[in-house]
Design a protein. Structure first.
Ligand code: SF4
Ligand code: SF4
Length: 367
């Protein structure tokens, strides 16, 4: 395992982080807790969770594991979050997290899921930011950080206000140009950078052929290619992977261990592809799960990613067999645009719906 300084905190953390949002069977607390212990023994020292993850089981699993992890004597660091704008509500979340996690103090506490600059203003106005800073003074939080889906230039605005020591953001080979300025600003301010979704929410692994430009070394797997691409960037401290089982942990750890530096030509080749092709894809983060008429928006927008790939797969088949749905579900859409407002990639979702409808109509006509 490789370790990097987390900004100016003086802490060194593993470059691979444990994301506690994808446990294979989150109801099975014992088996899931063993995964954290296994990861710690494999060298992972950064562990990220949140209230509500995995049917609200994640923090409970973490708490169970942390009791055992403390006994190993290996240092580790825990990150959790609150998205409450009101100070007193955030405080309740924090106290609940401390209790559930079996911790006296949380290493990294995130002002969670800052989606727009209006939202950010609301966190300050409502007292959430002040409450985080107060809890730090009281010793309940070690470092205040924030997690966000803002575009890069807006991330810069928040960073420059100077409240936080680190930022967690969605970043992968797919959307790296979209948040580039945020990463740049974090580096300029010597802040830690934690990357969620380094595998593009599965899109990269599932579209191995399209993303084959990431495989630049002999015998490199697509997982290695995607992780190595982010390992190359010294500004990124931690890459969070949501592990489902022990095998996922072992595979990701060995992907990190197999990293060797790239030549300038290899790097330029990857960047050329990324900058031209992949700034506007759905990462399947599911934050658009807000539809008042229950349309599973991400299923359609992820399928619409196929419009940008050379693929033999019929998109109607993908909807049917991969997602278990049908294009006629979109007839329910009232065009309220709530999904667009919530989209972490700021995608033109309604436009994608229309493109997908047209494409599927052509498929059905044999075009
Ligand atoms: S625009 Fe359509 S799909 Fe999006 S939230 Fe509104 S009704 Fe649902
Ligand atoms: S449409 Fe946007 S919010 Fe929804 S899953 Fe895709 S990237 Fe995420």
């Amino acid at each position: 395992m490789v370790y990097r300084e987390y900004g100016n905190t003086g802490l060194k953390v593993s470059v691979l982080g444990f994301g506690g949002m994808r446990f294979g069977d989150p109801e099975d607390h014992d088996t899931s807790a063993e995964m954290l212990l296994h990861a710690l023994k494999k060298g992972i020292t950064y562990f990220d969770t949140a209230p509500g993850y995995c049917g609200d089981n994640s923090e409970i699993i973490f708490g169970k594991a942390i009791k055992e992890m403390k006994k190993t004597g290996i240092p580790f660091y825990v990150s959790t979050k609150s998205n409450k704008p009101k100070g007193s509500d955030l405080r309740r979340d924090l106290e609940n997290s401390l209790k559930r996690l079996n911790l006296e103090r949380i290493d990294f506490y995130n002002c969670w899921y800052v989606l727009t600059l209006d939202d950010w203003e609301g966190r300050k106005r409502g007292g959430a930011v002040a409450e985080i800073l107060k809890a730090q003074e009281e010793g309940l939080i070690r470092f205040p950080v924030f997690s966000t889906h803002l575009p890069g230039n807006e991330i810069r605005n928040v960073i420059e206000e100077g409240y936080f020591r680190g930022v967690t953001l969605g970043y992968s080979a797919i959307n790296s140009p979209y948040r580039e300025d945020g990463i740049k600003a974090a580096a300029e301010h010597n802040m830690g950078v934690v990357v969620m979704n380094p595998l593009g929410g599965g899109t990269i692994i599932q579209n191995e052929e399209t993303f084959s430009f990431l495989k630049v070394k002999e015998n490199q797997t697509i997982l290695e290619g995607a992780l190595h691409f982010l390992l190359l960037d010294p500004r990124i401290t931690v890459r969070l992977v949501g592990f489902r089982n022990l095998n996922d942990i072992d595979t990701a750890v060995s992907a990190v261990d197999s990293f060797v530096p790239y030549s300038e030509a290899e790097l330029a080749g990857i960047r050329g592809h990324v900058e031209s092709d992949f700034n506007s894809l759905c990462t399947t983060c599911m934050y658009c799960n807000v539809c008042p008429v229950d349309i599973p928006v991400w299923k359609f927008v992820e399928t619409a990613n196929g419009l940008f790939f050379n693929t033999d797969e019929k998109l109607s088949d993908r909807l049917k067999w991969h997602w278990g749905t049908d294009i006629s579900v979109l007839d329910r859409c009232t065009e309220c645009r709530k999904c667009e407002a919530a989209c972490t990639q700021h995608l033109p979702i309604l436009q994608r719906f229309e493109q997908l409808k047209t494409h599927i109509k052509m498929e059905n006509q044999g075009g």
